[in-house]
Write a protein that binds this ligand. Structure first.
Ligand code: PLP
Length: 378
């Protein structure tokens, strides 16, 4: 099988899986308990927090464990706004993941003045248009670091500078689920990450909250995670996450180089097929692990199924949006519509992929595209 859907999830690093197992079967205590093995476990969790903090370049007191990227994003949006008296403006980019976009739509229902900052055709937020939207009563700006469908990379530090100039009280949140470790954490108030995109198991994520940023809990209960996120922490997931981050930190440049090489090779192969369009940024400016191309005259879902039969796993971007033709919100925001949207397929890579896989997959794709195009013309 060739697995080119690493933006959906990644295989768990064996060392991380071993670590998770050990913390399920041997060191299974509740870290909030008072006896000594639990106290020792609490210290292990603190060390895991420090590993994530080092990778982010922040203090461990600024890292809160959650259950996933979605929870981190929801906590960032609802939590910071719960700490604001009154209402005001909230700005998100038009290409955000549903865990930010739908949360923002909910905020709109609650009375917040939610604005969508337009994106360019490549998927990056239009900084000039974003600047125009920032009013002094803007309370929160949320913009993803790397777009999960197109691999567009946003300059979050520039957005933070705009915010400081025009709305000094606004918090700047960035969804780093696709960007974490491939890029440094940008200067911002809040940053969301997810373990399963980085070879840790599903069910663990983290939220960076810069010291001094006002935030109220979203999950209320026993007061774990310094009161920000109640609920017994997922110790096996956390320990595995730390292991996968440690591994990625040690091999970062090698891993990123490998992903980019596979991406470039696949695109070089695919661009030899007639009527193929690149969506998103060019090879050098996009994220190293995401490639989105349209096969004109072919429906992305049909190609996905044909490739699945041949043992190649890809995606059409956002699974929920792909159900209805022309309804991909993110591609629509980028002006990628009609046949180009219908034919869009996302390939996403990890360091485990090889150039050979890129060659094999491209040959099969070329063959399937030719069959599907012939079929369509009849
Ligand atoms: N944000 C982005 C950009 C994503 O790509 C994803 C998952 O695909 C998420 C958030 C949600 O992360 P999780 O699956 O950990 O909830």
């Amino acid at each position: 099988m060739i697995y080119f859907d690493n933006s959906a999830t990644t295989p768990v690093l064996p060392k991380a899986a071993d670590e998770a197992k050990r913390y399920m079967t041997e060191v299974y205590y509740n870290p909030a308990a008072a006896y000594s093995p639990a106290v020792k476990l609490e210290r292990d969790v603190t060390e895991a927090r420090a590993v994530i903090a080092r990778a982010m370049g922040c203090d461990k007191s600024e890292v809160y464990f959650t259950s996933c990227g979605t929870e981190s994003n929801n906590t960032a949006l609802f939590g910071t706004l719960r700490a604001v008296h009154g209402t005001g403006r909230v700005i998100i980019s038009a290409a955000e993941h549903p865990s930010v976009y739908e949360a923002a739509m909910e905020l709109r229902e609650m009375g917040w003045d939610v604005k969508l900052a337009p994106v360019l055709e490549t998927g990056e937020v239009d900084l000039a248009a974003l600047e125009e939207l920032i009013t002094p009563n803007t309370r929160l700006i949320s913009c993803m670091q790397v777009n999960n469908e197109l691999g567009a990379v946003n300059d979050i530090a520039a957005i933070e500078k705009l915010a400081r100039r025009r709305a000094p009280d606004a918090a700047v949140h960035s969804d780093g689920v696709q960007g974490f470790m491939k890029y440094d954490m940008p200067s911002c108030s809040l940053y969301s990450v997810s373990g399963h995109k980085l070879h840790a198991p599903k069910g663990v994520g983290a939220l960076y909250v810069k010291s001094g940023v006002k935030i109220k809990p979203y999950l209320i209960g026993g007061g774990q995670e310094s009161g920000l996120r109640s609920g017994t922490v997922n110790t096996p997931g956390i320990m595995a996450f730390a292991e996968s981050v440690r591994d990625f930190s040690q091999h970062r440049s090698e891993y990123v180089r490998q992903m980019l090489e596979v991406k470039k090779r696949l695109y070089a192969n695919l661009s030899r097929i007639r009527d193929v369009r690149l969506n998103g940024p060019d090879m050098e400016s996009g994220a190293p692990h995401i490639l989105n191309v349209s096969f004109m005259g072919v429906r992305g879902e049909v190609l996905l199924n044909a490739l699945s039969e041949k043992g190649i796993c890809v995606s059409t971007g956002s699974a929920c949006a792909a159900q209805k033709r022309g309804k991909n919100r993110v591609l629509n925001a980028c002006g990628i519509t009609g046949d180009r949207q219908d034919g869009a397929v996302r390939f996403s890579f990890s360091h485990l992929n090889t150039v050979r896989e890129a060659d094999t997959a491209a040959a099969i794709i070329e063959e399937q595209v030719a069959i599907l195009r012939k079929y369509r013309r009849r």
